[in-house]
Design a protein around this ligand. Structure first.
Ligand SMILES: O=C1O[C@H](COP(=O)(O)O)[C@@H](O)[C@H](O)[C@H]1O
Length: 223
């Protein structure tokens, strides 16, 4: 991991958006279509605002989420809602969005069709990943049903995740898909997350799922 420290969240958002735009531009030089994977949660919104203004061939960019909550796309906890309102706007409005959600009671009912679309676009060229203080990334939560399968070397591309204390069922890209991204960026705020990311390196990935994808990543941190 390479650690980048920023004086504040605003500087981090501007710099990370610029780095992501550079990564995408480089990938667009050598490929017809490129894949950008982005997280939900509370941290990436300002980066999406800045990145959406980048001068890129957005119509050749496929945007996917690292993970999604199994709620309709107009739900306040939907990661799609965040991406659609903050990233797929401005110049980025012409990017193609490949959702991890389709209307169904449970992900298993539509998993095959969702997975087929994502497999057709892979590999991920540029991945922006969040992390919780519990060392989860995407929806790879320690102790959750499905996380062992999602961390396996031969994992499916998409894995449903459940844990009793989570308000929603989740669906996540598996660790092997995220880890295979050509460029990986981990975005964290606060001393607790910085310490958690460092502690994770000495723990098994089942206890600290971020460890499964952090090798070779650029870490972007501010207080
Ligand atoms: O649940 C989630 O949380 C993580 C971290 O989010 P944050 O609010 O601490 O920034 C995020 O990476 C993931 O995509 C999201 O579904």
């Amino acid at each position: 991991m390479n650690f980048n420290t920023y004086p504040d969240a605003e500087m981090m958002a501007m710099d990370v958006a610029s780095v992501l735009a550079d990564d995408l531009a480089e990938a667009l030089h050598t490929k017809d279509r490129v894949v950008l994977a982005v997280p939900g949660g509370t941290t990436p919104g300002p980066i999406f605002d800045a990145l959406s203004a980048a001068d890129l061939d957005w119509d050749r960019v496929d945007v996917i989420l690292t993970d999604e909550r199994w709620v309709p796309e107009d739900h306040e906890r939907s990661n799609s809602a965040l991406v659609k309102s903050r990233l797929l706007t401005n110049r980025a409005i012409t990017a193609r969005y490949l959702p991890l959600y389709a209307p169904a009671d449970a992900p298993e009912e539509v998993l095959a069709e969702l997975e087929a679309t994502i497999i057709g676009a892979l590999p991920v060229d540029v991945a922006l990943l969040g992390m919780g203080a519990d060392m989860h990334t995407a929806s790879l939560f320690p102790g959750a049903d499905g996380v062992q399968a999602a961390l396996a070397a031969d994992a499916s591309v998409l894995v449903p995740i459940r844990r009793d204390d989570l308000p929603d069922v989740r669906i996540t890209l598996s660790a092997r898909v995220l880890d295979a991204a050509v460029r990986k960026h981990i975005l964290i705020k606060g001393a607790d997350k910085r310490e958690a990311l460092q502690a994770a390196q000495k723990l098994p990935k089942e206890e600290a799922p971020i460890k499964a994808i952090s090798s070779g990543a650029e870490v972007h941190w501010t207080e």
